[in-house]
Design a protein around this ligand. Structure first.
Ligand code: SF4
Ligand SMILES: [Zn+2]
Ligand SMILES: [Zn+2]
Length: 309
């Protein structure tokens, strides 16, 4: 297969775009497209400070690489969750994230749950109601809380995550299966700043997972190949497999499913329910973040319960 731009040998074929590209043209194309999406969706400008949530995986490290290459002021945030499960998952992902930042002289914030709160995600999951099956609910709560905290404390304008189109399509599929109106309303590549929480953006929302893997590989980014051990057997992994089967039969199906959803929403598919019911918020007396609870927020409550034990 030939590169559509220069006629050289293509290293990737993107069937949904009916386009093959060589290494250099693919890297350039992906960076330019990201820039286009950032501008079109009004994600952020060169003058704003961006905090990139990095996990040591291909998507978040590739995102950081792209933003820095495009000239944005992008610092990283790594949250050490203390997930080991016999493969040293967190230790290895932290090592790779630090190596990435050091090699490029980038600023990286590290939040260590053990040092900061004296616990880790598997312990939180075991000791609270949140982790009967998997620790993902406790883990999600920790990540959201700590991302918001670092963004607030260090004055970042925007929080960027490495969600790709496969992630977004799987989430959309899950929300649609349950007709989860509130989540569908809030699923978007940009969530505006609200109640003092930084704006949240997903600059990779239009790229397939395999494109991000190819980008990381071609850019020589060393990332953790293993998924988090708790991701195995999760419903989102299952939905991704289903969507990939659909994609194999009908190239572009994944992309259409997600982008047509965004377009339909813009046209007012959910017009009747666009008046979002925003719960009354209070300041958590412990951490100072906004919460719908009357007393401490769910993060602080979870930490307290674990620390008591
Ligand atoms: S899969 Fe792992 S990293 Fe992801 S939410 Fe679950 S526990 Fe956290
Ligand atoms: Zn080319
Ligand atoms: Zn709190």
């Amino acid at each position: 297969m030939k590169c559509k731009k220069c006629g050289g040998k293509a290293v990737i074929n993107m069937r949904q775009h009916n386009m093959g590209l060589c290494k250099d043209d693919f890297i350039q194309w992906l960076q330019e497209q990201t820039q286009r999406h950032i501008e079109k969706q009004k994600m952020f400008t060169l003058a704003e400070k961006v905090l990139v949530a990095v996990s040591g995986g291909k998507d978040s490290l590739a995102l950081w690489d792209i933003l820095v290459t495009l000239g944005y002021q992008a610092d990283g945030l790594y949250i050490a969750l203390g997930i080991d499960e016999g493969i040293g998952y967190s230790a290895e992902s932290q090592r790779l994230t630090e190596a990435f930042a050091n090699a490029r002289d980038l600023k990286l914030h590290i939040v260590n749950l053990a040092g900061e709160y004296g616990t880790d995600v598997p312990t939180l999951a075991k000791q609270t109601k949140r982790g009967r099956d998997k620790p993902c609910s406790a883990c999600g709560l920790v990540k959201r809380h700590e991302m918001n905290r670092i963004a607030r404390d260090f004055g970042y304008d925007v929080l960027a995550t490495g969600h790709n189109l496969d992630d977004e399509a799987a989430t959309l599929f899950s929300n649609t299966l349950q007709w989860n109106g509130d989540y569908l309303l809030r699923q978007a590549p940009v969530l505006e700043e609200r109640n003092g929480l930084a704006r949240k953006v997903k600059p990779l929302f239009r790229f397939y997972e395999r494109e991000m893997a190819a980008y990381a590989l071609l850019r020589g980014i060393e990332y953790i190949y293993d998924e988090c051990p708790f991701a195995e057997g999760s419903t989102s992994t299952y939905y991704k497999e289903l969507l990939n089967q659909l994609e194999n039969q009908s190239p572009g199906a994944k992309q259409h499913f997600y982008t047509k959803f965004l377009a339909a929403k813009k046209k007012g598919l959910f017009a009747e329910s666009t008046v979002e019911i925003i719960p009354e918020l209070h300041l958590c007396p412990k951490c100072g973040q906004l919460t719908s609870a009357r007393a401490e927020c769910s993060f602080c409550k979870m930490m307290e319960r674990v620390q008591k034990k």
